[in-house]
Design a protein around this ligand. Structure first.
Ligand SMILES: Nc1ncnc2c1ncn2[C@@H]1O[C@H](COP(=O)(O)OP(=O)(O)OP(=O)(O)O)[C@@H](O)[C@H]1O
Ligand SMILES: [Mg+2]
Length: 308
């Protein structure tokens, strides 16, 4: 993995060809997540038929004792949520129209305990306290009240909430940032191997967002899971991602894969470094290119494209 140059110059970022060497070095382990030639057509055979993603292939290796964070960037409507929900096994994205989605070597046949999802909108149960929300998954698994409350309180602290002050609050008594902390605790308490995050910090103010990024990195180090992270923020994608997938539209597809160093310092520090800005600018330029190409595309007007 590339590390930032202490001189402050940009670390080398590599292209998709790195995946081949990754796959070779981890060939004994099945990939954490793999898309093989995946196409999703919504409303197939109806007048509303729409090709959301077409022939999408990528591999996220299952790195031993580590896990990786992969960021997904791309214009609105390029299929980022579709990709995440296919991994989660959630309808109507699941099943794909063609191609295969595998998680840890097994084809996805529906939702499973190996995957957990955090959405942008605050998805806690309004009528449950913070503690009951965080411990909900354990309750579903039949864990005793005593055990799940002890573990719930631990996770409330881990996501930066105050177990004594916040555990008995209801979601409407929390700020947006606090509610997202609850959502993250509720997912991570179940220790999924693959964590799917769909713009989880999209609604937060910039300062809270940086705090949440740091919290995510420290929890991710602890749980060592594979994270798929969708964001519209290039800065967030570059800071969090071990790799960034850039998606294009018409139809949705992967146009680039960039390898990045794992964050070694906090978000505010790294995000003020020159190499970071160079990387962000390069990705902005790439996304602009993708958007311009989509506008020029003869299919761009209708975005109704038949999958080959
Ligand atoms: N259930 C559905 N039925 C029909 N079309 C859908 C459905 N879900 C998504 N789409 C379409 O598929 C395309 C991709 O949607 P998706 O939600 O995956 O995009 P996205 O990249 O997550 O966008 P955003 O950045 O705005 O969240 C969009 O054009 C959307 O309108
Ligand atoms: Mg989306």
């Amino acid at each position: 993995m590339n590390q930032p140059d202490p001189s402050g110059s940009p670390p080398a970022s590599d292209s998709a060809s790195d995946s081949a060497s990754d796959s070779a070095s981890t060939s004994a382990r099945p990939a954490a997540v793999e898309f093989r030639d995946v196409t999703k057509i919504y409303g197939r055979g109806t007048p509303r038929e729409y090709v959301a993603i077409s022939h999408v292939s990528f591999t996220i290796p299952d790195v031993a004792d580590h896990g990786e964070i992969s960021s997904f960037l791309g214009p609105s409507g390029c299929g980022k949520s579709t990709v995440l929900r296919l991994v989660a096994g959630l309808e109507p994205q699941h099943p794909p129209t063609s191609g295969t989605v595998t998680v840890l070597g097994r084809p996805v046949i529906g939702p499973g305990a190996d995957r957990g999802m955090v959405f942008q909108d605050y998805t806690s149960f309004d009528n449950r306290t913070v503690l009951d929300n965080v411990a909900f998954g354990l309750e579903c698994r039949g864990v005793s009240r005593r055990e799940r409350e002890a573990e719930g309180l631990e996770w409330i602290a881990k996501v930066g909430l105050d177990p004594r002050r916040d555990a008995r609050k209801y979601p409407h008594e929390l700020s947006g940032g606090m509610r997202q902390r609850v959502a993250i605790a509720r997912t991570l308490i179940l220790r999924p191997r693959v964590i799917l995050m769909d713009e989880p910090f999209g609604a937060l103010d910039p300062a809270t967002r940086l705090d949440m990024q740091d919290m995510l990195i420290s929890l991710w180090r602890e749980v060592q899971a594979t994270v798929l992270f969708v964001t519209h923020s290039v800065e967030e994608a570059v800071y969090l991602g071990d790799r960034v997938f850039v998606m294009g539209t018409t139809p949705g597809r992967i146009v680039d894969e960039v390898r990045l160093p794992s964050p070694t310092r906090n978000a505010r520090e790294i995000q003020s470094e020159p190499w970071f800005h160079e990387q962000v600018n390069a990705l902005h330029a790439r996304i602009e290119q993708v958007e311009a190409a989509a506008k020029r595309s003869p299919n761009g007007a209708s975005r109704q494209i038949q999958a080959g």
